[in-house]
Design a protein around this ligand. Sequence first.
Ligand code: NAD
Length: 441
Amino acid sequence: MLKSFDPSNGDLVGEVATTPAEDIDAIVADAHLAQKKWAKLNVTERVAILNSAYEDLAQQINPLAELLSREMGKDLRRSSGEVTGVAMGSPYTTDGVARAIQPKQIDGGMIEYVPLGVAAVISPWNYPLAMANNLIVPALIAGNSVVFKPSEETPLIAQAFAETLNRHLPSNVLQIVHGGRDLGKAIVEADVNIIAFTGSQAAGKDIMRRSASGLKRLVMELGGNDPMIVLPDADLKRAAQFAVASSFENAGQMCTSTERIYVHESVADRFETIVFDIAQRYQSGPWDQQGVNIGPIINNTQRGKVIDHIDDAISKGARVLLGGGDHPEHYVAPTVLADITPDMRMETEETFGPVVAISRYKDIDTAVDRANDSEFGLGAVVFGNKAAVEIGRRLEAGMIGINGGPGGGGDAPWVGAKQSGIGFHGSDDGHRQFTQVRVIG
Ligand code: NAD
């Protein structure tokens, strides 16, 4: 059995049956059979089926949000937001995918977007519903069947989600399997046609290697180490509010959370003061405690890594503005560090914890160079007035936020540059990556 624990106290929340890796080939074979029938439905029929599943999900927002909180640790307001976003937002995505994959007339023929076959969807724990759903919706509407492996940290919420969808979908169009990374590897190596993955860079590289022999299609949304640049003419209060909120969001366990802040020396003292003022009001604790906005860290390994990054920075000369010392069991205390330097792990690696990490710069070229000196390129943010957009264009990232978070609203793609991903989802181009493009004429 795969056990699921409450990260705020280590108590058992529940368990599900683990899927033996030897069963994967038969599961994928069933998925191929189901896909052939699913693809025979027209896209309007597929949209109608999925939309009725989301109506069903919308009836269960409170119990699902509570389960998500218990299993993953984020507070109930954030869990409710995630479940609501999936239940209410997905019908827009189903329509968007349906539009994107309509055949297009060209001179002397047609461009068509046909299903690929079986999609493996492998997802992380930090937004356990949203991340899985972002990949499952386009895969299904495009006429693929799905073998879904959620994170071993959050199997229960994934199981509840899949059971709801499966009350509406034909049998075996969506199959959920449970296990850790070895099961993920077995799925990648099985007879699947596309692997849609959200998770760490290390796992992404392993998936790319394992899928090479079959030249399987890949959509991979990977880690980040997002920089933020604060220009001298920035609205400092807004910048500081964003810096703290983005660094602490989901206890820092967000792929586009701000990981490194470069602030011009002329405004750095004031920026640090406002950051401290805001940050010291944050409160960590379990999901059901009033006023909590920072939850536990998902597991001991991840918590140990965040604390190592903090200790490494302090040992190399970082100035502690908040926290940095004692961390309650299961948590990392909200921490603000200044004087971060390029030799610190916090600068070069994804920390994924509730830490605001501030550096000062004299000239903008140094700030841009340090922001770009990373193998990651997911999001980046610039706060400032006159030159903000121009500086933003110099940053090597897929999503650049100007005076706000990265990632456009509406139907913008969710896209990483460099080693933060390959392929992407969202937008017409993203939706079409779940299809084979075919030219007839
Ligand atoms: P992870 O890579 O450890 O695990 C993600 C999923 O992949 C899990 O289901 C896991 O069992 C499976 N897995 C692990 N190794 C595998 C392998 N070699 N082959 C196949 N499957 C494998 O990541 P995590 O700790 O669950 O999630 C945190 C990471 O995800 C962070 O790096 C974060 O930045 C990233 N993330 C990225 C985005 C994005 O949109 N770019 C969104 C959320 C999270």
